[in-house]
Design a protein around this ligand. Structure first.
Ligand SMILES: Cc1cc2nc3c(=O)[nH]c(=O)nc-3n(C[C@H](O)[C@H](O)[C@H](O)COP(=O)(O)OP(=O)(O)OC[C@H]3O[C@@H](n4cnc5c(N)ncnc54)[C@H](O)[C@@H]3O)c2cc1C
Length: 413
């Protein structure tokens, strides 16, 4: 053995000097000098070298004092943190509850789905959580929690997680959710994967496999939290499907009174102002999106008009953003927003995977494109082959006239 203090140990007898461990290290922490040499300043203990070694010559050594305190027994619950906006539960919370149900049944022994609701006088929301698939609600109440400060939420979340040991904690990848989950993960000394787009349970290890785009969307990474609990993930909005609500569903509510000294935030609210915020594209029920085939910024006026007639919003492909026809906050796709409207109308969009990966949860996709071989037609339930500059004015005129198109476009909003 190389060194008793090493965190990764080499068994020289098994090592054949094949150097595959050196190639596997993304952090430059391994060099070769007779045998592999470790730079533990650079090493992140990612385990890639250990996993790669064909001769099992490398082993991860975990000193008792370094890790044992942090190892928490795997719990029998999956938690979803409830985020509110002006007293309403954000749609992503219901998506996460549905996903927690889907994860639960992938375990050999299914886990309970728990929603963590924080605030004061928020009891009226509990039935909604049951209706959408929650088994149990932890209702952590204190008047200060109504201020929704990320430090306070994180402190309460970490405290309750230490006491009740959930296996998984899911949080919406909103700016608030990301701030809460990052703080809570630090308090819990556990891993966190931000901005996940897919989750599943590994059938062997029963670890949570957390999938997210990385390196600007060029790679898809699957991340595991192997040695720590809880496993934490923030999940993009509008990627997971909600369950059909069951109005008769009931569950157990556990009320927890939060002591003042757990609320650590130094933030003082001087005044509250309600900003005239635009409804997020991720929550829109109808989206009219334009791509390079729209040709000019002026042609986006058609999209604005169509969207306003349908009570929807306008989005665009990355090319439309790059050309300055629409702002980046309206970009739909792998490096933009994920959406799941009831109706998605794609105008002059070819349907590349980086765009389509973010819209496939839409209930109905209508594509307008002048190329019969455009990939978008493989995703669309309705396709209109033709020039957007001719078809959009016709659609708008029909809608303005009233009834004719309404059967196609009227959705329950
Ligand atoms: C790492 C990475 C991340 C990416 N992230 C995103 C992302 O988040 N979102 C995104 O959208 N893209 C993203 N892209 C880019 C993506 O690969 C495509 O290049 C992009 O989606 C194409 O946009 P488009 O469909 O508007 O343009 P094009 O692919 O050029 O398609 C234009 C379409 O318009 C049609 N058309 C042309 N004229 C007309 C007309 N007059 N009437 C009707 N149809 C017409 C054409 O037939 C064509 O199908 C990413 C790429 C990479 C590499």
């Amino acid at each position: 053995m190389k060194s008793n203090n090493s965190l990764i140990r080499l068994n020289e007898k098994s090592c054949t000097n094949c150097q595959s461990c050196i190639a596997a290290c993304s952090y430059g922490a391994l060099t070769f000098d007779v045998y592999p040499q470790f730079d533990f300043e650079a090493c992140t203990l990612c385990n890639a070298c250990v996993d790669t070694c064909p001769n099992n010559a490398l082993h991860l050594y975990i000193p008792e004092d370094r890790y044992n305190q942090e190892l928490i027994k795997d719990g029998d619950t999956i938690w979803v943190v409830v985020e509110l906006n002006h007293g309403r539960i954000l749609p992503v919370v219901f998506e996460l509850i549905a996903e927690a149900n889907r994860l639960s049944i992938q375990y050999r022994q299914p886990k309970k789905v728990v929603a963590l609701l924080m605030g004061e006088h928020s009891e009226y929301l509990i039935d909604h959580l049951f209706k959408y698939g929650t088994d149990q609600v932890y209702y952590a109440h204190h008047p200060r929690l109504n201020l929704q400060l990320d430090e306070d939420y994180a402190s309460v979340l970490a405290d309750l997680a230490i006491k009740h040991a959930p296996s998984i904690i899911l949080v919406g990848a909103t700016s608030f959710g990301k701030a809460v989950s990052a703080r809570a993960a630090a308090l819990l000394h556990t891993g966190l994967t931000a901005d996940c787009t897919a989750l599943h349970i590994d059938p062997q290890s029963e670890n949570l496999i957390q999938t997210r785009p990385t390196f600007g969307g060029n790679l898809i990474a699957s991340i595991e939290t192997k040695r720590h609990r809880p496993q934490m993930a923030s999940v993009r909005q509008a990627v997971m499907k909600t369950l059909e609500p069951n109005p008769k569903a009931k569950g157990e509510t556990i009320k927890i009174s939060i002591p003042d000294d757990l609320l650590l935030s130094n933030v003082q609210i001087i005044r509250n102002e309600i900003r005239n915020t635009i409804f997020s594209l991720s929550d829109a029920q109808v989206i009219v999106a334009g791509g390079k085939g729209m040709k000019t910024k002026a042609n986006f006026d058609y999209l604005n008009e169509l969207a306003s007639l349908l009570g929807g919003q306008v989005g665009g492909s990355r090319v439309a953003v790059d050309k300055g026809w629409i702002t980046h906050d309206k970009q739909i796709g792998m490096t933009g927003l994920s959406v799941s409207p009831k109706l998605y109308i794609a105008c002059g969009i070819s349907g590349q995977i980086q765009h389509m990966s973010a819209v496939t949860s839409s209930d109905t996709i209508i594509a307008i494109n002048n190329d019969p071989d455009a990939p978008i037609f493989q995703y669309a339930q309705f396709g209109i082959l033709g020039n957007v500059e001719e078809i959009l004015p016709l659609l708008i005129a029909e809608l303005k006239m009233g009834e004719k198109m309404v059967d196609v476009f009227q959705f329950e909003l």
